[in-house]
Ligand binder design. Structure first.
Ligand code: MEV
Length: 438
């Protein structure tokens, strides 16, 4: 068993690696080589990355790709995408190209309100608590003015503070359910700082509230934290065209294609097993843009899946319909994203990604990201209802398999050519490599 280590974070980077290699790699120098190969020779840049988090011993590369040709609200964008899955960027680009000749994507932000809660226990008269919170709201807000001043100058701040009674579900449980506008910031630090201030003020005010008994004054703060469920920070994106403009093949007419597409979406709407995979495909596009632009993909994931379950049953984030021969495909998704704060001005590639998008504000980034999700879903459903997913996926994965076998450039050229007309499977690639090498 690995020995317990204390004070680890205080060790130098070299000593951390020494410890790791001693206890996990039997002092194999190769492990050190792997880790140090990924160090950046620019010491300042490396230090910046080291300081993003604790116990950093190397850098973890993911591909930074771009998907061009996204026509969104009449303007063309190139999307930065950070993702390891081989086929995602190709699929996004393909969908972008398809829709650019059919009017492009339309996107609109429906709302931008974010949520945070002070969770507390209160034993006493509910009516008195209600009166107390109503009387204290102005004080709660003003007590956070040192946090909200700057945000207010930028057009944001606290939107509302509401007492919510949750005692039906948990004894003595109440919340201050608070809403915020954080403009171009994702706003996590701003919201959490406000909430912690509200909690402090709530306690002070309760102690001084003369209508409370001693027991009622003794409010117990459980925790103060933002919510990643942001159903009112919502963006909608859509595409539409006449059915006759949809793919038309001998196997599937445009009309049949449209019907099959809508039915595939209906399945994701009613069947949670399918919805999870369907939404995962949407998140392939969303997360790639979220990550490239330095946003918090775990927050976005949590929010998206919570929203997909908002009616008590997990369902699709996209919808499709045919009306009067017009095919419409759309997504509605909560996206609490920022273009200032966090990594946005720190990580050189994040800065570059935002430049590629021509320095969008948060609303524009929400629209672009929702479009990435819709495009990804379109590409996935298009493959699923026609060729199946593996054809495109394995074609893109071919290079990974070839690299696993250390294929030379000449071998790669030969095999890429061979698989233009043959189905890619792992075993077939292996067979062909062996054949070539013998
Ligand atoms: C793979 O990463 C994503 C898909 O499974 C999505 C889907 O099934 O819709 C292709």
């Amino acid at each position: 068993m690995t020995p317990l280590v204390s004070g680890f974070s205080k060790l130098s980077k070299t000593d951390k690696i020494k410890w790791l290699v001693e206890h996990h790699f039997n002092n194999d120098q190769n492990a050190i080589n792997v880790l140090t190969t990924y160090w950046n020779s620019d010491k300042k840049l490396q230090k910046l990355h080291d300081e993003f988090t604790e116990n950093t011993i190397s850098n973890y590369y993911l591909p930074f790709s771009i998907a061009p040709n996204f026509l969104i609200n009449g303007k063309r964008y190139t999307l930065p995408m950070t993702i390891e899955e081989s086929s995602v960027v190709a699929a996004a680009s393909k969908a972008a190209k398809f829709w650019q000749n059919r009017g492009g994507f339309k996107a609109e932000v429906l709302s931008t309100v974010k949520v945070g809660q002070v969770h507390f226990s209160f034993t006493g008269d509910q009516k008195k608590l209600q009166a107390f919170v109503a009387a204290s709201t102005a004080k709660l807000i003003s007590s956070a003015s040192h946090i909200t001043n700057n945000m207010e100058k930028r057009g944001g701040g606290i939107v509302a503070i509401e007492l919510r009674n949750k005692t039906d579900e948990l004894d003595n449980y109440y919340q201050l359910h608070c809403t915020f506008e954080t403009v171009d910031a994702m706003g996590a630090n701003f919201i959490n700082s406000c909430l912690e201030q509200f909690a402090k003020t709530l306690l002070v005010e309760a102690r001084e509230y003369t209508d409370f008994t001693d027991q009622e004054k003794d409010i117990d703060i459980i925790m103060s934290i933002l919510s990643n469920y942001v159903p009112d920070c919502l963006v909608k994106a859509s595409v539409s065209c006449n059915i006759s403009e949809l793919p038309n093949t001998p196997q599937l007419s445009s009309y049949e294609y449209a019907e099959k597409f809508v039915r595939a979406i209906r399945i994701a709407e009613i069947e949670p097993y399918r919805a999870a995979t369907h939404n995962k495909g949407i998140m392939n596009g969303i997360d790639a843009v979220v990550l490239a632009t330095g946003n918090d993909f775990r927050a976005i994931e949590a929010g998206a899946h919570a929203y997909a379950s908002r009616n008590g049953k997990y369902t699709s984030l996209t919808h499709a319909e045919i009306k009067n021969d017009i095919f419409t495909f759309s997504i509605k998704i909560p996206l609490a994203m920022g273009t200032v704060g966090g990594l946005t001005s720190l990580h050189p590639l994040v800065k570059l990604a935002l430049q590629i998008l021509e320095k969008p504000d948060a609303k524009k980034l929400m629209k672009i990201t929702a479009v990435a999700g819709l495009a990804q879903n379109f590409a996935a459903i298009n493959s699923l209802i026609t060729t199946g997913i593996q054809q495109g996926h394995m074609k893109m994965h071919l290079m990974n398999i070839l690299n696993q076998f250390d294929a030379t450039e000449i071998e790669k050229k030969h095999l890429v050519n061979y698989f233009k007309t043959n189905t890619v499977t792992h075993s077939e690639v292996v067979t062909q490599i062996e054949k070539l090498r013998s």
